[in-house]
Unconditional design. Structure first.
Ligand code: ZN
Ligand code: ZN
Length: 636
C-alpha cells in the first residue's frame, strides 16, 4: 500500500500502482469526472500515471490555473494532430498554453481564417473518438529517430538537459515530443475554437523561417466558450487603440516619432488634462506641494540612487555632453530627493509631500509595446512623501484613502489590494534588512488598521522597498495594476537625508513613493476600455454638441454654445450641411454625452431640445435649466 496525503492534511492508503485518477474515483465519481491532472509532491502529473509511492497529491480541476493550463495544452495537441492530418508536410515546433488561449507555431504554407473550419472539424473528429493520451518515456536515441524528419523537434530535443527523462505523448497514431502532463483522453476537450493566425519566427529570430502561429481557445462547455467569445468581441469593440483613433484621442507615429511614444491629440489632451487638474486640486487640499523637474539628469544621480546598477536594462542609453553622461529619467524619485536636500529640514517640516506629474522614459522591447498601456515615455502622477518614522503608518493610510477616493470618483469600484514583498532569492534589491523589516511591518499594519482585504505577492516589491498595489477590474472583468504606494528606507540612506528632531539631533526620514493613477497613459488607456469611450460628463472632451436643424438656426446654436462655454462647459456646434439625423448619428458615434437640437421652436423660446447619449429624448429645456443640469452632473 502507499500513503497519499492531501493538501488538507488528511492521509489515505491506496494499493501500489494507483494513479491520481484511481484516487479521485475512490473519493467520488464527480471528482473523477472533474479532475484534469494532478500535482504529486509539487510536480505536475498525468491523471493516469501511477503514483511513485508515498506522496502528497493535489487533484487539479478547471478551477485551478494549473488545471486550465493542462486543458489548453492538450487542446493545442488536438489542434496540432488535426493540422498534421490535413497537412502531412507541416512541421510542428512548439505549442504552449497561455492564460486563456493556446497556440502552436507550425512550419507550413500560410493558412487563413477560411481554413479554420476544416481544422476545427478534424479536431472535433479526434475529440469524438476520445483517443487515450498516453505518456511514454523514450531514450534520447529513440526520440531522435522518431523526430528525424523534423529539425525543430530535434532542436528542442537537444535543449533537454542530459539526465532529464525524455517523454512523448501519443494520441491515436500521432505523437509529440512533450514534457506533459496531459488530459487522460481527447474526449475531455468539449468546446474549442480557432481564433486567429499570425506570422511568427522560429525562436523569435527574424533570421529564421516564418512560421504560422495558430491561436485557439477551449472550454469545458459550449456555454462557457460562447461567453468567452462574446467577451472577446466586446473587448475588441472597446480596444483603446481602436477607440483612441475613432474618438481622436491619441496617435502613435512609429516611423518618425518612435514606437511606444504616444502623441496626445486635442481631445485626448483635454481628457488627460481634466484628470490632471482634478488630482492636482485634490492633492493641494491634502497638503501636497507641487514641484517640476527636468526630463534628464546626470548618470551620477542614478548611481547614487542605485538605479544605474539595479534598473539599467530599463533605462535608455546615456548621451554625452561636454564629457558628462546624461540619461533620460526612468523615475522621478532622485530629483525629488534633491529638492528635499536643498534646505535643512526640521521635524516640524514633516511630512513633506512633493508632487509632480513627472514624465519618465523606460526601455521596453518593441514587441511588448501596445497603445497607451505599454509605452516608452509616460507621465506618473508621482509624489514622494518624506516623513518621520513615527508618522509613517498614518501617512501611508492617508495615501491609501486618497487612492480609494480617486477610484471612487472614476467609478472603478471593483479592485483588490496586493502587498508586494521581496523575492527572498533575488539580488535585485537595495537597502538593509532592518529597513525592509520596518517598511513591511508599516504596510501590513496600515492595511490591517484600514481593514483592507489584500493578497500578498512575493517578488512584487520595488527595488528599494515593499509596496501596496491596487489591481482594478474593469467593466469586462479584466485586471489592471494601477495605483501604487511604496515604503522606502533605502533611498534616504543612500542620499543621506536628514532632519533635526525635537531632541536637536539628526535623524533619517522615511520615504513613501505613491501614484494613484500609476501612469497617465496606462490609466487613460484603461479608462477608455472601461467606459468603452463613453466617458462620464466631467471627463468627456466634448460634453455637449449643439445641432442646428437648418442654416437659419446657426445663430441661435452659436448663442447657446457661447452661453454654455461661459458656464465652463466644453461645447461644439455642428454646422455641417447635413440632415439632423445624420448629425445626431455622428455625435452618438463620438460618444458625446449630450446633444442640444435647435430649430424654429427653440429659437423662438430661447431654449433647446435635449438628447442624451444612447438615443434618449430628454425634452425641451430652457438655457438656464440646461446649464444647471450639466453643472450638477459634472460636479457629482
Ligand atoms: Zn505538448
Ligand atoms: Zn519614486
Amino acid at each position: 500500500m502507499i500513503r497519499v496525503s492531501f493538501p488538507d492534511g488528511s492521509v489515505k492508503e491506496h494499493p501500489d500502482g494507483s494513479s491520481p485518477l484511481d484516487v479521485a474515483e475512490a473519493i467520488g465519481p464527480r471528482l473523477a469526472q472533474a479532475a484534469l491532472a494532478a500535482q504529486v509532491d509539487g510536480q505536475m502529473w498525468d491523471l493516469t500515471r501511477p503514483l511513485p509511492g508515498d506522496c502528497t497529491l493535489r487533484l487539479l480541476t478547471w478551477k485551478d490555473a494549473e488545471g486550465r493550463e493542462v486543458y489548453r495544452h492538450s487542446s493545442t495537441h488536438l489542434m496540432a494532430q488535426a493540422v498534421k492530418a490535413l497537412y502531412p508536410q507541416a512541421k510542428l515546433t512548439v505549442g504552449p498554453p497561455l492564460e486563456d488561449r493556446f497556440y502552436y507555431d507550425i512550419d507550413m504554407p500560410p493558412v487563413s481564417d477560411a481554413d479554420f473550419e476544416q481544422i476545427e472539424a478534424k479536431m472535433a473528429e479526434f475529440a469524438r473518438q476520445d483517443l487515450p493520451i498516453v505518456r511514454q518515456e523514450v531514450s534520447r536515441e529513440e526520440a531522435q529517430r522518431l523526430f528525424s524528419d523534423d529539425k525543430y523537434k530535434l532542436e528542442v530535443l537537444a535543449d533537454i538537459p542530459v539526465g532529464e527523462t525524455v517523454t512523448i505523448y501519443k494520441q491515436g497514431d500521432w505523437f509529440d515530443l512533450c514534457r506533459g502532463p496531459h488530459l487522460p483522453s481527447t474526449g475531455k476537450i468539449k468546446a474549442f475554437k480557432l481564433l486567429s493566425v499570425a506570422g511568427a519566427f522560429w525562436r523569435g529570430d527574424a533570421h529564421n523561417k516564418q512560421l504560422q502561429r495558430l491561436y485557439g481557445t477551449s472550454y469545458p462547455s459550449q456555454k462557457e466558450l460562447d461567453e468567452h467569445l462574446k467577451r472577446l468581441e466586446e473587448a475588441k469593440a472597446r480596444d483603446h487603440r481602436k477607440l483612441g483613433r475613432e474618438l481622436g484621442l491619441f496617435m502613435i507615429s512609429p516611423d518618425l516619432v518612435g514606437p511606444g511614444l504616444p502623441l496626445w491629440l486635442p481631445k485626448g489632451a483635454i481628457l488627460r488634462g481634466t484628470l490632471e487638474s482634478w488630482l492636482k486640486e485634490v492633492q493641494l487640499e491634502r497638503g501636497y506641494l507641487p514641484v517640476i523637474t527636468p526630463h534628464i539628469a546626470k548618470v551620477d544621480l542614478y548611481k547614487t540612487s542605485g538605479h544605474w546598477y539595479q534598473f539599467r536594462e530599463n533605462m535608455f542609453a546615456p548621451m554625452e555632453e561636454e564629457g558628462v553622461e546624461y540619461v533620460l529619467k526612468p523615475v522621478n524619485c532622485p530629483h525629488h530627493i534633491m529638492i528635499y536636500k536643498h534646505e535643512p529640514r526640521s521635524y516640524r517640516d514633516l511630512p513633506l509631500r512633493l508632487a509632480e506629474f513627472g514624465t519618465t522614459y523606460r526601455h521596453e522591447q518593441t514587441g511588448e509595446l501596445s497603445g497607451l498601456t505599454r509605452v516608452r515615455g509616460f507621465t506618473v502622477d508621482d509624489s514622494h512623501i518624506f516623513c518621520r518614522p513615527d508618522q509613517l503608518v498614518d501617512e501611508f493610510k492617508k495615501v491609501v484613502a486618497l487612492i480609494m477616493f480617486v477610484f471612487d470618483r472614476l467609478g472603478l469600484q471593483d479592485f483588490r489590494a496586493r502587498v508586494g514583498l521581496r523575492d527572498p532569492e533575488s539580488s535585485k534589491y537595495i537597502g538593509t534588512e532592518e529597513g525592509w523589516k520596518l517598511s513591511t511591518e508599516a504596510i501590513l499594519s496600515a492595511v490591517r488598521e484600514l481593514g483592507l482585504e489584500h493578497t500578498v505577492a512575493e517578488g512584487e516589491a520595488a527595488m528599494y522597498g515593499p509596496k501596496l498595489d491596487f489591481v482594478v477590474r474593469d467593466a469586462l472583468g479584466r485586471e489592471w495594476q494601477l495605483g501604487t504606494c511604496q515604503v522606502d528606507y533605502s533611498l534616504p540612506e543612500r542620499f543621506e537625508l536628514e532632519y533635526t528632531g525635537s531632541d536637536g539631533q539628526k535623524h533619517r526620514p522615511v520615504m513613501i513613493h505613491r501614484a494613484p493613477f500609476g501612469s497617465l497613459e496606462r490609466f487613460v488607456g484603461v479608462l477608455i476600455e472601461h467606459f468603452a469611450g463613453a466617458f462620464p460628463l466631467w471627463l468627456s472632451p466634448v460634453q455637449l454638441k449643439v445641432i442646428p436643424i437648418a442654416d437659419r438656426h446657426n445663430e441661435h446654436a452659436q448663442y447657446v454654445a457661447s452661453e454654455l462655454k461661459k458656464a465652463g462647459l466644453r461645447v461644439e456646434v455642428d454646422q455641417d450641411n447635413a440632415k439632423v439625423g445624420a448629425k445626431i448619428a455622428i455625435a452618438e458615434s463620438q460618444k458625446v454625452p449630450y446633444m442640444a437640437v435647435v430649430g424654429d421652436k427653440e429659437a423662438e423660446s430661447g431654449g433647446v431640445s435635449l438628447r442624451g447619449r444612447g438615443r434618449q429624448d430628454l425634452g425641451a429645456l430652457s438655457l438656464e435649466a440646461l446649464v444647471e443640469k450639466l453643472r450638477d452632473e459634472s460636479a457629482a
